[in-house]
Design a protein around this ligand. Structure first.
Ligand SMILES: NCCCC(=O)O
Length: 228
């Protein structure tokens, strides 16, 4: 039986003609990756109601990419460029806490990795161009960057990707302090690109977007871990 993988979503105003209304949305690429990896995808809305009850029915969880996390969540003031979705922060943090509590496998993608870091007591760099003096991680609106990531030998990241991977990049923020997570992948400029919690079954985050690159490897690792 395919493991049931929840994918966190957000509420957006849809433009569907007569059905123009607020809709719970997730890019289809996540669904496709989970299905290709052998899982069954279900959408987790920001208002997940009773998170432990939901998580008890899931075999695994994907924290999808999206907006910036409310800086107050990690003790910072908002940067001029910060764009947040507080409803999504609250809902995802509740589902994530329940998933960690139940030791359900979790894959965080981009914002999802940043959320993992915040949930583990870490902090974020709010605007990478201020730190690096370059926009290489998000060249311009809608344009992905591309760079190498090197992984720590023996880590989960290295088991999934090998020594290094060429990655597609679209984020203006990044993990600063990873909190209680272990950093297992970095770009050559030092930006954190992969994190994990080796003490749990599968808690893994990547800063880039394997779903838009059509790279099923981290999703396959999540699905495999979700089998039990
Ligand atoms: N700080 C937002 C991360 C961007 C993304 O998830 O695509």
């Amino acid at each position: 039986m395919r493991p049931l993988i929840g994918i966190t979503a957000y509420v957006e105003q849809a433009a569907w003609g007569v059905w123009d209304q607020r809709a719970v949305l997730i890019p289809e690429t996540y669904v496709r990756m989970v299905h290709e990896a052998g899982g069954r995808a279900v959408v987790v809305p920001p208002d997940a109601l009773d998170a432990p009850d939901l998580v008890a029915r899931l075999d695994g969880l994907v924290l999808a990419g999206g907006a910036d996390i409310e800086p107050a969540r990690y003790g910072a003031e908002a940067h001029a460029t910060t764009v947040t979705r507080p409803d999504r922060d609250a809902g995802e943090l509740a589902v994530l806490a329940a998933a960690l509590d139940a030791d359900r496998p979790v894959l965080g993608v981009c914002r999802g990795m940043e959320l993992l870091a915040v949930a583990y007591g870490g902090t974020l760099h709010q605007h990478l161009p201020d730190l690096l003096g370059t926009t290489r991680h998000q060249p311009s609106p809608g344009v992905y960057g591309s760079h190498d990531v090197r992984f720590v030998a023996g880590s989960r990241a290295a088991k999934i990707f090998g020594e290094r991977a060429e990655t597609n990049s679209y984020h203006h923020q990044a993990v600063d302090d990873p909190g209680r997570l272990t950093v297992t992948g970095r770009c050559d400029d030092g930006v954190v690109e992969a994190v994990e919690d080796p003490s749990l079954r599968f808690v893994f985050g990547v800063q880039w977007h394997p779903e838009t690159a059509g790279d099923p490897r981290p999703f396959a690792a999540l699905v495999e871990a979700s089998l039990g």
